[in-house]
Design a protein around this ligand. Sequence first.
Ligand SMILES: Nc1ncnc2c1ncn2[C@@H]1O[C@H](COP(=O)(O)OP(=O)(O)OP(=O)(O)O)[C@@H](O)[C@H]1O
Ligand SMILES: [Mg+2]
Length: 346
Amino acid sequence: MNELLRISNLSICFDRGPRVVDSLSLAIRTGQTLALVGESGSGKSISALSVLRLLDERHVRYPTGEIHFQGEDMLKVSEKRLRQIRGRKISMIFQEPMTSLNPLHTVEKQIGETLALHKGLRNSAARKRCIELLELVGIRDPESRLSSYPHQLSGGQKQRVGIARALACRPTILLCDEATSALDPQTTQSVLRLLADINRELGLTIVLITHEMDVVRRVCDRVAVMDAGRVVEMGPVSEVFLHPQHPTTRDFVFESESIDSEEMQEDLQKAKGRIMRLTFKGDATYKPLLGSVARESGVDFSILSGRIDHIKDTPYGQLTLSLVGGDLDVAMNALKAADVHVEVLR
Ligand SMILES: Nc1ncnc2c1ncn2[C@@H]1O[C@H](COP(=O)(O)OP(=O)(O)OP(=O)(O)O)[C@@H](O)[C@H]1O
Ligand SMILES: [Mg+2]
């Protein structure tokens, strides 16, 4: 797999202000899905917008850094080259579909304009492609939707039209900035499934900015966590989510879980013996392991918390246990032999 986009040491300032992004580095390979997560204001959007140089150049400054896309530094290419790359090689979907779709244009015109500009397709050829794209993004009865205006579409349909337009030129990379946060949970799920399918079937490389950790788990291969303009942690989703290192990452990963909550901390304080967190994946998730380890080692296990999640299509489980009595080494070895990651908390 080739490295498609590499941001190196990028710093961003506005006017005479301080660096709001500071020495940001990240890379994405062809066909990967990278999630960019972080607190509001940590610099996710302006980093993505900088890839396409969409920030107002009268105010923005880049004191350091490069954005390499297929061998070219996006911060240095000419306006002409930039226009060729925007929409044709790199497409972007924004948070609010109403602001990216033109309210005065029909669906056919929104998508047709991109097809004419970048592919030279017009009239019946453009219409045919337009229908194909609408089908691809799951718009039912696409022919009858060609003449609809944005206000005649639901939120989910608008977002799908936005995605269809972004895909119109078969871009190499799709940048999605909170593409689902304006949608209800059900529509979010179907738009995400769509993005995951497109990634799989068309091999499209996707950068997904999101606040929804479920989205990261379901759709993404890698995740980069931003805090105050820097990347503080980056790696495969399974590693980062199961063993988060940085406090910001831990906040995100555990936000909706009891595992690190105050209540849980109290339980941990009260619990007797050794405290361990076990992490397991795939088939190991469904094996009745603890019973046999208890028999073998004589250790008493009490479960303090447990959960099962899916990261992409693989099930992962995590159990926090207190262990009393018996032979702890035997228990640990039996768990490790069963492909269980063991973290001793106390
Ligand atoms: N045009 C601008 N002029 C001055 N400062 C700006 C401008 N655009 C963004 N900023 C600042 O840059 C920082 C990063 O903004 P950015 O929009 O990238 O955050 P974000 O991580 O996308 O947050 P959110 O999750 O809320 O979308 C913020 O502190 C913001 O105030
Ligand atoms: Mg943003």
